[in-house]
Structure formats: structure tokens, C-alpha cells
Design a protein around this ligand. Structure first.
Ligand code: SF4
Length: 411
């Protein structure tokens, strides 16, 4: 599927740098990069072991300069999250659709495309994988659902078309061969941070990507209205509530009541600093599980990461929740040099064992798209071996790349 025309890669960010090797291996090679960010112009992207013809790296140019240099060009969008925005931008700039790089391969499909709906302050997403796309919010749930549906249809059509556009889905390990087999129905909804009324938190975790930007996003609706609309109109099989800290949301009681009355299934993310009886009741009926990111096994490290000295309070509340018999997941975001010592790892493992919790391991989410360092890889291995030794069920999320995930899974 090598293109005969010079390819201008549009997007010279982290996604492009981390995927360039993979694209070149597939025969998709840039003539140059183009980017909207002036600070990147006339710099280069270099790749160890790869020397482009006549140089040491690939030039990053303003779009018009790149087109002047390669008038017979095709465009390859080398970005993921901003893919929809970039495509619209390029079409607005008068780039013909025929200029977009197309595949010549059989049809593909993704098991979550069109069935998983993620909504947060900035917009809606089709999935939470490395190749995820974000559509900027239209400000209300009705229009956001419409644009989500039409974008999923667009992606499904590209994947079904033997000559479809190359989208970041092509780089994703979720992609399978064959025609789309998904029903036209949203099954899983994820309410995530930054939605009005779901933008409260009593911690200041060092890795929080929303942090001070809470309240930054403008919508006409709030998290409770969105929750109710989805429950009445979509009736998903599973709702994940990861929208700030639910126990201090002004809509806490309304949302938990709806959850109980409608017998919804799902998961609630909580920091467990405040105990809530409705959460206990939902755990006891098996309607929900909870996921709590502790990230530490000592009081000192907990305070350093979370900005609050309430480690023992959190452990007490988690023990109470565990007594419901419901499913508890404890998350550990591996922060090399902060919580990578034996005391923290063992403290966390022993507590997880004590309350019968499952462990969820995650790399530092601020570094997604980067390749895992040697130290981080060792840390993952140590942690996984401890889980095995103590016979604790564990899972790994948000790994840096499919290769890293494969390497870890082999242990
Ligand atoms: S193929 Fe991957 S990137 Fe595309 S929608 Fe599916 S999970 Fe997301």
C-alpha cells in the first residue's frame, strides 16, 4: 500500500513521533511534515536508524510551503485525538478529498466503534484507546449524540471501504479483519471529568489532567441532566461514572437515586475520602463496582500524590465498602521515583489482599503515546509479580503502546 505520490504528514506532535516507525514499516513514508504550530516550523522530526533521502530528518513546514515543495502531494493525517478537527480544517483550506491518503486493503471493523460513548468537558470520544478521536462538544447532549453517531458512521464506512481513508483506527490493536458486526446501539457510556456538576474534587492529584481546568468547559446541560437523558433515551448496559468526585457533586443524591431506581449497572470512580451509604447499597446489590485510585501504600506517599493527608480514612472507608460483598478495584498509577519503592508497593498489595480487591495497574497517564522507559518496564514487572505471588487479580490499562502491552502480557 505504498503511496506513489509524495506524502505530506499533517500533524507533527507526539502521536506522529511515536508512530512514525510503525508507519514507515508499513511503507507509509513522509516526504515532509506540516503543522499549524508555527513554533515547529523549519525544525525536523528525526528517527533513530532512519535517514530520509538527502538529510537527517523530516522537515516540518507550514502547509502552503509543503504544498509548494510537493505539488503532486497526498495528505496523511498523523494525529489521533484531533483527527476530526484537522480533517475539517484541511477541507476548509480547500484540500480536495481525493488528496487524502487512502488504503488499499480489505475491510476492517472495531468491536467498540459506535457502541462505546465517552463524554467529558471538552467533547465526545469514540473510545479511550491510543488512537482515540475527540469531537469538540456542541454544548448539549442531544447534539453531541448526533455528531458522535455521524462520526462513527463515517469511520465505519472508511473501515468497510476497501479503498477507505487511513484513520488512526488503522494503528489500533482493537481493529479486526472483516465487515462491521456491531449493532447500531450504544452499550457503554463513560461520563468523564469536566462536565458541569461533575467537576468537583477534594483532592489535587499530581497526575490529574483536568486539575485547575475544572469549570473551564461550557455546556448548557449538567451531569445530572446528561445522566438522565442517556438513561431514558439510550438505556446503556453499563455506565462508568468518572466525573470528578461523586460524593461532593451537588447532583450526587439525584444521580445515585436514578441509579438505584432504574437498576442500572456500571462502575463509579471515587477517591473514598467520604463514605456514602447509597454507594454501599449499590455495591451490595451488585449493580455497581467501585474503582479507587490509591497509588500508594504509605501515608506519606499518599499525601504527596493526592495533596490530602487522609490515607487511613480512605482505607477505613474502602474496608466498609468491601464489607458489602461488592466488587472493589484499587488502582495504582505507577509514578516512577514517587511510589515505586518497596514500602508503597507492598503496603498497597497487602491492603488489596486484605479487602479482596482487584488491582488495576496504570502507567502515568500524562505520558500516553510515549514509549515505556526501561525503569517503568521493570516497575511494571515487579508489580505484576507481587500480584501473582499474593494471588490477586490484576489488569493493566492505558498502556503506552500495543507493543508495551504485549511485552507486559507475556510475563
Ligand atoms: S479501532 Fe481503536 S482507535 Fe478506532 S475506534 Fe476502535 S478502539 Fe478506538
Amino acid at each position: 500500500m505504498e503511496s506513489k505520490k509524495p506524502l505530506i504528514f499533517y500533524g507533527a506532535g507526539r502521536y506522529a513521533e511515536s508512530h512514525l516507525h510503525q508507519w514507515i514499516k508499513k511503507g507509509i513514508c513522509p516526504a515532509c511534515f506540516a503543522d499549524i504550530d508555527e513554533k515547529k516550523h523549519f525544525h525536523q522530526i528525526t528517527l533513530k536508524g532512519v535517514s530520509p533521502e538527502g538529510g537527517t530528518g523530516y522537515d516540518i513546514l507550514p502547509l502552503n510551503e509543503a504544498i509548494k515543495r510537493y505539488p503532486d502531494y497526498e495528505i496523511f493525517i498523523s494525529a489521533s485525538y484531533d483527527f476530526p478537527l484537522i480533517m475539517d480544517y484541511l477541507l476548509d483550506k480547500g484540500i480536495e478529498r481525493t488528496r487524502f491518503y487512502r488504503l488499499q486493503s480489505g475491510s476492517k471493523w472495531c468491536p467498540v466503534l459506535g457502541t462505546d460513548f465517552i463524554i467529558h468537558g471538552p467533547g465526545v470520544q469514540t473510545c479511550c484507546r491510543v488512537g482515540a478521536f475527540c469531537l469538540p462538544s456542541k454544548g448539549n447532549i442531544i447534539d453531541d449524540l448526533k455528531q458522535y453517531k455521524s462520526y462513527c458512521d463515517f469511520l465505519i464506512n472508511q473501515l468497510n471501504d476497501d479503498n477507505g481513508l487511513y484513520t488512526p483506527c488503522e494503528d489500533c490493536y482493537m481493529l479486526c479483519d472483516g465487515k462491521n458486526r456491531n449493532e447500531d446501539k450504544i452499550k457503554t457510556v463513560n461520563l468523564s471529568s469536566g462536565l458541569p456538576g461533575g467537576d468537583h474534587c477534594n483532592f489535587t492529584c499530581v497526575y490529574c489532567v483536568y486539575g485547575k481546568e475544572f469549570n473551564h468547559y461550557r455546556r448548557d446541560d449538567n451531569v445530572s441532566e446528561i445522566f438522565q437523558y442517556l438513561q431514558e433515551n439510550i438505556k446503556p448496559e453499563h455506565i462508568a461514572y468518572a466525573c470528578g468526585e461523586i460524593t461532593i457533586s451537588p447532583y450526587r443524591d439525584r444521580i445515585l437515586q436514578l441509579w438505584k431506581e432504574n437498576k442500572l449497572k456500571g462502575q463509579i470512580l471515587t477517591n473514598a475520602a467520604i463514605y456514602n451509604q447509597d454507594i454501599f447499597d449499590l455495591l451490595a446489590t451488585g449493580q455497581i463496582s467501585i474503582n479507587c485510585s490509591i497509588d500508594a501504600g504509605t501515608r506519606e506517599t499518599f499525601e504527596k500524590i493526592k495533596g490530602k493527608d487522609c490515607y487511613y480514612k480512605v482505607l477505613d472507608n474502602l474496608e466498609k465498602y468491601a464489607s458489602s460483598g461488592g466488587k472493589i478495584q484499587l488502582k495504582y498509577i505507577l509514578l516512577n521515583g514517587i511510589n515505586s519503592n518497596e514500602h508503597d508497593i507492598m503496603g498497597f498489595i497487602q491492603f488489596s489482599k486484605k479487602i479482596g480487591a482487584e488491582v488495576v495497574l496504570s502507567p502515568d497517564n500524562r505520558k500516553s503515546n510515549e514509549k515505556m522507559s526501561h525503569d517503568e518496564y521493570d516497575l511494571f514487572m515487579r508489580f505484576i509479580n507481587c500480584c501473582k505471588q499474593y494471588e490477586i487479580n490484576y489488569s493493566i490499562i492505558e498502556a503506552y503502546s500495543p507493543e508495551d502491552l504485549d511485552a507486559i502480557s507475556e510475563v
